[in-house]
Design a protein around this ligand. Structure first.
Ligand code: ATR
Length: 283
């Protein structure tokens, strides 16, 4: 039996074991995906155990994505550029780090929403880690423009400075700017990478865009996946836009990880269905 699992701090609600184990079963791979909760001082020792021949690798989640980046032997190009990993592959004792949050996000847009980013105008709400991953992925996709709107505009400016490339395609603005509506109505893709709309938060009933601020010919992707249908996505539906639920980002980072570990094509729909069922039973 092969071993694989996820490193993190608080993992009791993680959906990854559920949909990864379904994929292993479906592909008839004798592997078990486990939860590996640990403290920061245990991480290095645990990462080194991944070199064992019966271990496929691991996923890495909050708060270890940057720490683990420094613990692997090799890095994939995307991971190297962003400085964080969420996937480790054990290649006969040599550990290679990848970032499938980024590759999976772009792949989900293409495969689920049939959205091809090239030449498109993108509005990103937020300037934290999730926004960074989305922007990073889009940078390789030849988009026409990326506008980052954040509550604290200075944070958006700083994030884009950190990227330091393709400056002419970027703009920043405050979410309170009256031009937000115009920018939004000119967007082909709107991504919510803020925590607004998240269940059990102070902003769970809130949304940064109302239905009349969302164009019809647009994809609205909410990185928040709890609830599955956020207030923003409800408004997008009212506007007649196509919606992408945050669960897809979670599934596709897992799809890319699975394919890196096994070399096999992941059963995407089966993984999604199982994740949905489990999510529903937990809520
Ligand atoms: P993550 O890593 O999940 O992106 P984060 O780094 O804490 O998390 O970023 C959260 C994002 O949600 C930020 O863009 C934050 O805006 P600020 O940079 O101004 O803090 C945004 N956010 C959180 N609460 C918000 C609110 N009530 N209204 C608007 N934006 C909010």
């Amino acid at each position: 039996m092969y071993q694989v699992g996820i490193f993190g701090e608080k993992l009791s609600h993680s959906l990854s074991p559920v949909f990864q184990n379904v994929a292993f079963e479906y592909c008839e791979i004798q592997a078990l995906y486990e939860i590996w909760e640990l403290s920061p001082d245990q991480l290095l020792e645990r990462v080194n155990l991944l070199r064992q021949s019966n271990t496929l690798g691991a996923n890495v989640t909050i708060p270890y994505k940057e720490l683990a980046y420094n613990m692997v032997d090799e890095l994939d190009e995307t991971a190297l550029q962003i400085g964080a990993i969420n996937t480790i592959v054990n290649n006969s004792g040599v550990l290679k780090g990848y970032n499938t949050d980024i590759t999976g996000f772009i792949r989900s847009l293409k495969e689920v929403a049939s959205f091809l980013p090239s030449g498109k105008n993108v509005l990103i709400l937020g300037a934290g880690g999730a926004a960074r991953a989305a922007i990073f992925g889009l940078l390789n996709e030849n988009v026409n423009s990326i506008t980052v709107a954040n509550r604290t505009e200075g944070r958006a400016v700083k994030m884009l400075d950190d990227f330091g490339v393709n400056k002419e395609i970027f703009k920043t603005m405050s979410i309170y700017d009256k031009n937000l509506t115009q920018v939004s109505l000119n967007s082909d893709l709107i991504i919510n990478a803020t925590s607004v709309g998240m269940q059990h938060s102070e902003m769970e009933d809130e949304t940064l865009l109302s239905a009349h601020q969302i164009p019809r010919n647009c994809v609205v992707y909410d990185i928040v996946y709890n609830p599955l249908l956020t207030p923003l996505l409800k408004n997008a539906q009212i506007a007649g836009a196509e919606i992408m639920q945050g669960l897809w980002m979670l599934i596709f980072q897992g799809v890319d990880s699975f394919e890196l570990w096994t070399g096999k094509s992941a059963p995407v729909q089966k993984m999604y269905k199982k994740a949905m069922e489990t999510f529903d039973s937990q809520h």
